[in-house]
Design a protein around this ligand. Structure first.
Ligand SMILES: *Cc1c(COP(=O)(O)O)cnc(C)c1O
Length: 360
């Protein structure tokens, strides 16, 4: 068996110890005689697994008691519609900050439900930076303010938390939740698909403040009504049981690494190795403003795009995969989530150095 360094943006690399534990428990979870996949979601075994995943996530993120954690389906794109369905609460509009492809997608989906006020946009800089808050035009009557905390495609990330006063702040954290500590109290709602940094696809984590429950539009499907899901322990419908189990193992792994503070250190170290190289190279470059660079997704370009395929083939031959940039941006992208080891980033940089010497 040999494993590659997988730089995929998602579904993405997972900690090897998690995969090994899942493999060892595949046929018989802790003496139950069953795989987790085969368990009733209401049985005592899965109830334990579910509760464990919940409590570990709450512990890691220090989630206050007045927030509910929901384990849903439909992904972050589902939440793009489910958020307005639940949070408009009689208001006619919501504020959105446009920092790139995922923000645009959120805006598009919300427009079916309300008037969207684009409070700030980084379009003029081709989405290479995050607009400072003093440039935002927030509406005090907005139902909520929506941001994308980390733009997985463009590689910009908030390294600060906006202050939206009494208007609830909503964040799509699909690609950076669990990468660093988060002050949950500053948010009304946080959502994230699991498949970037927390587990397999199929599971969507929603962290929502109590007072935002109960206002869903009458058309809201019951499975997407936060109040109903909260009242049913996220089991109004059959939850994605296996994905919840893996999330629990990933949370345990993060805890064993020292928690989110340690994770943040590890991620800063890894990202610095790559960005320092990019900034000192005359062949490779990062398009993103320094202050707003993502620690999770690092887009970069070769000086000569005609060499992109040669670069990717060479990377593949060295056991480094999924480095091709998103189709809307071109170039390259290295996603370096929690589970990417420092040695993976070092191997990439060593290859880039070698490539530069050969082709510059
Ligand atoms: C991947 C991603 C999405 C889309 O997630 P789905 O699970 O496909 O719905 C949305 N937002 C961000 C920030 C992402 O990284």
């Amino acid at each position: 068996m040999s494993r590659v360094f997988n730089f995929s943006a998602g579904p993405a690399t997972l900690p090897e110890t998690v995969l090994r534990q899942a493999a060892s428990e595949m046929l018989d979870w802790q003496g139950s005689g069953m795989s987790v996949m085969e368990m009733s979601h209401r049985g005592k075994e899965f109830t334990t697994i579910h509760a464990q995943a919940h409590s570990l996530l709450r512990e890691l993120l220090s989630i206050p008691d007045n927030y509910r954690v929901l384990f849903l389906q439909g992904g972050a794109i589902g939440q793009n519609a489910i958020v307005p369905m639940n949070l408009l609460r009689g208001k006619a509009s919501a504020d959105y900050v446009n920092t790139g492809e995922w923000s645009k997608r959120s805006i598009q989906e919300a427009q079916a439900f309300c008037r969207v006020n684009v409070a700030a946009s980084a379009e003029a800089s081709q989405f290479t930076s995050i607009p400072l808050q003093d440039q935002w035009r927030l509406d005090p009557n907005a139902a909520y303010v929506h941001i994308c905390a980390n733009e997985t495609i463009g590689g910009v990330e908030y390294h600060w938390t906006p202050d939206t006063g009494s208007v609830p702040l909503v964040a799509d954290m699909s690609s950076n939740l669990l990468s660093k500590p988060v002050d949950v109290r500053k948010f009304g709602l946080i959502y994230a698909g699991a498949q970037k940094n927390m587990g397999p696809s199929g599971l969507t984590v929603v962290i929502v403040r109590d007072d935002l429950l109960g206002g869903a539009l009458p058309i809201t499907p019951s499975a997407f009504d936060y109040r109903q899901q909260a009242d049913n322990d996220s089991m109004l419908n059959t939850p994605p049981t296996y994905a919840i189990y893996i999330l629990g193992l990933v949370c345990q792994w993060v805890k064993d690494q020292g928690g989110l503070q340690a994770m943040a250190q590890h991620n800063q170290t890894k990202a610095a190795v790559l960005y320092d190289f990019l900034d000192n190279s005359r062949f490779f470059s990062s398009p993103v403003a320094r202050a707003d660079r993502s620690l999770m997704n690092v887009p970069f370009r070769l000086k000569d795009a005609a060499l992109d395929d040669v670069f990717l083939k060479g990377a593949q031959a060295r056991g480094m995969v999924q480095l091709k940039g998103h189709r809307v941006l071109g170039g390259m992208r290295a996603s370096i989530y929690n589970a990417m080891p420092l040695e993976g980033v070092r191997a990439l940089v060593a290859y880039m150095q070698e490539f530069e010497q050969q082709h510059a």
